[in-house]
Design a protein around this ligand. Structure first.
Ligand code: PMP
Length: 433
């Protein structure tokens, strides 16, 4: 067989020859060699419980998904200019989950590509290119996606908001500009303020993009009433609304299949990524007939890999597994239990300032008694959990939010284990970091 390479060699080669702006997980990086369900295994046979990976939506290397890809790969893989039933099958599976207004699909290969296409659609449909987005939002790695991602342009190496991007404050009811109950209205007025700003420059509103729970912002749940009001203002101004479901979509929310459905709104465009291919590069843009017709203005949209038979076989099987294994209902049951237990834990450990999220997309925010963020303590928790074989991630503008977004097969027992170790580590003496 192949000669095993040491981790030090792998690391050294990466340093020399792979892109230099990518960070690694953990101080001593891990080499993972197997995945199964909600578990990963490293080169030493050590098993980890994965609470991080919302890409492995129906479980790492789900056998039915692997088989669907393998079988199609052995038959034919071509671009979507040839007829093939797989692209239609995937479209049908997706449309079954979406409201009838969203009835046209474009298939692409990543969340970034999906949002990039959505941005082009805004321009084609409205003639306007000004976009309103949330503070600390992230929508992808392409030029135009970075241009609307405050998480990037307001962070290290960034140069602030471009002329056509209009950022409103992170609608965080815990530590944001407006706090507590009934902040949906005030945050929606901030969106209105940005619309007025665009008009004052003599321009029109292209649209508005937001995630239904803002992931990079620290698992920020949109305050009640916010999205409906913001959508209303944007639509009145002639703009279109994009729901970025790259992180939260495909049943993860538990009570709904899509995040926008939590808020009783219907977007003009929905972007879908990570979970759709269960790790295979597959993403999609759903839009209305009207948007699709305006986008088809004569310039062809061709995508070499988007919608190929292998990707579509995989995507269709992922959605069938979600149905067959009732993973949406499972996300609701396990997520609700986990959130309850985390709330209980917060009574014993007041540094847990907030527990939030829906289904299996949760966040725990750590603060001191003055509501100051505890970034070092959050990092400590994530690293100590790893010592116990549990992978967790941290995020938020102040790096003080532990995120929980596991493969949906994450079980009640996994939740109990997570709570047990979190409680054990929270009792350690780590406040003076
Ligand atoms: N939108 C959101 C909300 C994301 O979290 C991400 C990726 N983290 C993207 C878009 C971009 O997706 P991709 O990395 O697949 O290009």
């Amino acid at each position: 067989g192949r000669q095993a390479t040491s981790n030090a060699d792998i690391l050294e080669y990466r340093k020399q020859h792979l892109g230099k702006s990518l960070s690694l997980q953990y101080k001593v990086p891990i080499k993972m060699v197997r995945g199964a369900g909600q578990y990963l295994m490293d080169q030493y046979g050590r098993k980890y419980l994965d609470t991080v990976n919302n890409v492995a939506h129906v479980g790492h290397e789900h056998p039915a998904v692997v088989r669907a890809g393998q079988e199609q790969m052995a038959l034919i893989n071509t671009n979507s200019r040839y007829l093939h039933e797989n692209i239609n099958e995937l479209a049908k599976e997706l449309l079954e989950t979406l409201p009838p207004e969203l009835s046209v699909l474009h298939f692409v290969n990543s969340g970034s590509e999906a949002n990039e296409l959505a941005i082009r659609m805004l321009k084609a449909a409205t003639g306007d290119r000004d976009i309103i987005a949330s503070e600390v939002g992230y929508h992808g790695n392409t030029n135009r996606c970075i241009d609307i991602s405050s998480y990037k342009f307001d962070g290290k190496g960034g140069q602030g908001a471009p002329e056509h991007t209009h950022i409103f404050p992170l609608p965080d009811a815990f530590r944001g500009k407006f706090r507590g109950e009934s902040t949906g209205g005030p945050y929606a007025e901030e969106v209105k303020g940005q619309i007025d700003r665009i008009h004052a420059k003599g321009r029109g509103v292209g649209g508005f993009i937001i995630e239904p729970i803002i992931s990079c912002g620290g698992q920020i749940e949109l305050p009640e009433g916010f999205l409906a009001k913001a959508y209303q203002y944007v639509k009145e101004a002639g703009g279109l609304c994009i729901s970025d479901e790259v992180q939260v979509g495909c049943g993860r929310m538990g009570s709904t299949f899509w995040g926008f459905q939590l808020h009783g709104v219907i977007p003009d465009i929905v972007t879908i990524g990570k979970p759709l291919g269960n790790g295979h590069p597959l993403a999609a843009v759903a839009c209305t007939q009207e948007v699709a017709e305006k986008f088809a203005n004569g310039m062809e949209y061709f995508n070499t890999f988007g919608g190929n038979p292998v990707s579509c076989a995989i995507g269709a099987e992922v959605l069938r597994v979600v149905k067959r294994e009732k993973l949406q209902a499972h996300a609701l049951a396990v997520g609700t239990y986990l959130k309850q237990q985390l709330n209980k834990l917060s009574k014993d450990f007041p540094i847990i300032g907030d527990v939030r999220g829906q289904g299996l997309f949760l966040g725990i925010e750590l603060v001191d008694e003055k509501m100051e963020p505890l970034a070092a303590q959050t990092d400590y928790l994530a690293n100590r959990m790893k010592d116990h074989g549990i992978l967790m991630s941290t995020d938020g503008p102040d790096h003080n939010v532990l995120k929980i977004k596991p493969p949906l097969v994450f079980s009640q027992e996994n939740a109990e284990e997570l709570i047990f170790y979190l409680g054990k580590i929270l009792a350690e003496d780590f406040m003076k970091l």
